[in-house]
Write a protein that binds this ligand. Structure first.
Ligand SMILES: [Zn+2]
Length: 551
């Protein structure tokens, strides 16, 4: 739609200023030579050295990391990205939730207790010293989804103000078997637990319990329950609507509540049938959460190259600089979570992008923003803060290109698109990959919702078309099995462990290929006036169409 509209608008206008998805010649390789394995390695080595202490927000590791990045940005001769500053302050609050061990249930069918951590797990995003559920009514609201583009509203006719809503994880398309319902097995954002909490808060609920099932969540209850008695960082965003209580409940415990509330537990399975209506349960729950709150400030690092022709239109490159810091030692006694691949590598790639663009003979017509974000590991906090407090107007931000980890096992024939069918950015990547003799593969487990799990997603949520790519596995000369084996080996042995360290055995030639490909995509956007959009059926299309009116 957006594409068609813009080409109609092009008629009668000078086409220099209104190009529709301008294509570059396949021989247009200017800038690619700037990408260099040696410098990429040197940035990775520095950022992931023990000296940087695992780059945890608020630690000396942060001070060193943001110092290094500011220095590099200045050396590349990027302009300061936030007024005169290369930093954006990101206020955060660390909340330790200490819940009562049990939850009291009062129902017409008798009173009983649910056991914390075994049957449910809760925490609070609020900063009050104590949060109480005091005979709070419970409502079952199906999937807890309001999706106008699918003509679906689980909250229609339900009064949930001040109550606890219990909702299913994933979206109606997951269990139904109908591939045309939502996106079938592919998880839409409506399926993510973060969405469930956001929507429940918008509806005025006091709390939200997501009903867990391993298949639908893609991880076991123990993972979902890890907020129990644990501290969590969140943004200190004043005025944001938040729940008092949020968490997970096992399917068994949810059935207990439904039956005690006077309903048949069969209603759990009926929520994916169009026309299903949620119900108020005839019962109340009581429990408390005590909190310990610490406020602190972390930083995004931001630089830019001002566009020569459309300085007020922006393309944002991102990579998260943070990792997990110093923590539990591994079996070798190493306690520094260096995060070499995750995400010193992407941060190094961000500097490579900046260098390549700065070296271009023809400067970009639009403004390029280079943003190294904090707090990804704690829930996409730095990118989310930027998206909610943007330095540059959201409606004039053309696109986001994000790098979270790079391929360290050699050149691959393919590159993976995560979140198939979301935006026109995928078409640009597909076209550029083809020109480089490469092909596209798609995320093999779209039901796990990977598109919603890295920083590009913070931009998608406010409507900015954002590309998410993963590494290829079809390794040149070695095949797909080898690529898959290398990916699995990293995930099992090094992911989020102290052993995610730079090794001289790494082959970053494939990383350079991928970075060059993304650079070529950015060239398609940096010259001319093309605005990529979201595809029909994308849950982010409506918000972009709305904000595009302010352009
Ligand atoms: Zn990570």
């Amino acid at each position: 739609m957006v594409k068609k509209l813009s080409s109609l608008l092009c008629i009668g206008l000078a086409f220099v200023s209104c190009k529709n998805n301008p294509n570059t010649a396949s021989g247009d390789t200017e800038g690619l030579d700037a990408f260099n394995t040696d410098t990429l390695v040197s940035y990775i080595k520095t950022l992931s050295s023990d000296d940087f202490q695992g780059r945890k927000p608020f630690t000396e590791g942060e001070t060193k990391t943001i110092g290094f990045l500011q220095n590099e940005f200045k050396q590349v001769v990027l302009e300061a990205g936030n007024g005169n500053s290369y930093l954006q302050d990101v206020p955060m609050v660390d909340i330790l939730s200490h819940p009562d061990p049990n939850m009291q249930v009062k129902s017409s069918k008798g009173d009983f207790q649910l056991k914390g951590l075994e049957e449910y797990s809760i925490s609070t995003p609020q900063t009050d010293s104590i949060i109480s559920l005091n005979n709070t009514p419970v409502v079952y609201a199906g999937y807890g989804v309001v999706a106008p583009e699918y003509n679906w509203n689980d909250y229609a006719g339900l009064d949930v103000k001040g109550k606890i809503v219990m909702v299913l994880v994933n979206d109606p398309g997951f269990n139904n078997g109908d591939t045309t319902l939502f996106k079938g097995k592919t998880m839409t954002y409506y399926g993510r637990w973060t969405y469930k909490f956001e929507e429940a808060a918008r509806q005025g609920a006091k709390g939200c319990l997501v009903i867990h099932s391993t298949a639908a969540a893609s991880y076991p209850f123990s993972v979902a329950a890890n907020g129990w008695n644990n501290s969590a960082l969140r943004l200190d965003n004043k005025g944001e609507k938040l729940l008092d209580v949020q968490g997970w409940i096992t399917t068994e415990a949810a059935k207990k509540l439904i039956v005690a509330g006077g309903q048949d537990s069969g209603i759990l399975a009926k929520a994916d049938i169009r026309g299903f209506k949620g119900v108020a349960l005839n019962e109340t729950v009581s429990t408390n959460i005590r909190t310990k709150v610490v406020r602190n400030q972390s930083h995004n690092v931001i630089g830019k190259i001002t566009g020569s022709k459309y300085p007020n239109e922006y393309i944002i490159f991102t990579a998260h600089w943070d990792h997990l810091g110093i923590g539990t030692p591994d079996k070798n006694g190493d306690s520094i979570y260096n995060g070499a691949l995750d995400n010193a590598s992407g941060t190094a790639g961000l500097i490579e992008f900046a260098k390549a663009w700065k070296n271009m003979k023809t400067p970009p017509e639009r403004t390029l923003v280079f943003l190294a974000v904090t707090g990804e590991e704690q829930g996409l906090l730095g990118s989310s803060y930027y998206a909610k407090n943007p330095v540059y107007p959201v409606e004039k931000t053309i696109a986001n290109l994000n790098v979270d980890e790079v391929n360290n096992y050699g050149k691959a024939k393919d590159i993976t698109i995560v979140g198939q069918g979301q935006s026109d950015m995928e078409d640009l990547l597909t076209e550029e990959a083809k020109k480089r003799g490469r092909y596209i593969t798609y995320d093999p487990t779209p039901e796990a919702g990977h598109y919603f799990r890295s920083d590009h997603f913070s931009f998608a949520k406010v409507g900015i078309p954002a590309l998410a790519q993963g590494f290829g596995i079809d390794v040149v000369g070695k095949g797909k099995e080898y690529g898959k084996k290398m990916q699995d080996a990293f995930n099992e042995q090094h992911y989020h462990q102290p052993s995610d360290q730079y090794e001289s055995s790494w082959d970053l030639s494939g990383a350079i290929d991928d970075l060059q490909l993304l650079f070529l995509v950015s060239k398609r956007l940096a010259y001319g006036h093309y605005f990529p959009g979201w595809k029909d059926g994308s849950e982010f299309k409506a918000i972009r169409d709305k904000s595009a009116k302010d352009r």
